[in-house]
Ligand binder design. Sequence first.
Ligand code: SF4
Length: 302
Amino acid sequence: MGDFDSDRKGTGTAEWAEVNENICRGCQNMCLYCYAAYNANRFGQRDRENWGREELTKRAEIQAYPAKNGVIMFPSSHDITPFNLDAYIRVAKLILEKGNKLLIVSKPRLECVEKMILEFELYRKQILFRFTMGTVQESVSLLWEPGAPLPRERRECLALAYGRGFDTSVSIEPMLEGFQMTEILVEWVRPFVSKTIWIGKMNKPQLRVPKTHAYLVDAILKMQSDDQIMNLYEWFKDDGIIRWKDSIKTVVELHKSRVDHHYGNRCSCGKPLPKINASIEAKLDMGASCPHAEIPVEKGKW
Ligand code: SF4
């Protein structure tokens, strides 16, 4: 059964873990793209504007936890905050005491990470901290994740966990920017990552982000166009620390299969295939026989 960073089928949290655990409803981070907030509203459990109110669920009272196969992701539909920290640590210890593998996913707060590191020291080898960061920019973070810690605090948490000998990973899902800013983010966190950096697009923003923020959705769709994603993929595709979420793999497969279909693995002129990007696809659209071919430009057309 799966280890941290095994190749898993499926999408979303299923790409990371066999089991999800949660002990809280609501989340003070109030991310605009939150799938849990969207679902709670959709099923009549909680209005979107009240998602920031946190309350512990019955699951926070469990007194024992079984040994399970695979990785347990805890939490998956809330965060670890000063409100639920003590309950979180108690339940996490029940999980760890049975020898389970625990994936801790969070937009981390320093005061919470400091305490977890002390409390979980004995179980260090069973834990992977995966911290979510979509941008290096405070202004962007505040727009999309108004109640969450700022990027600098999250990076401090990452450095702290790494420095204390815990395995660390970063989730750049959702990306809050395009190709170049995501590259900068990867290099900003890389020194403190012992395992992997996962990258994924924002999923279903037109559906999940409140309509009042449609202008942000328009911007993110432009920043995460297929062309931007293919540039990002080409930049990092041979980088061993990078793992791609399903949303990126889908784009890559779509574009690769289109080019492979036309040209095969090697170009008819004998050269290796160049980077797959929008200009290659434009050549296909214009009927080029080879991606290295010059397309004659009609005077005055461009
Ligand atoms: S941290 Fe996760 S659960 Fe909390 S609001 Fe953001 S997306 Fe939702």
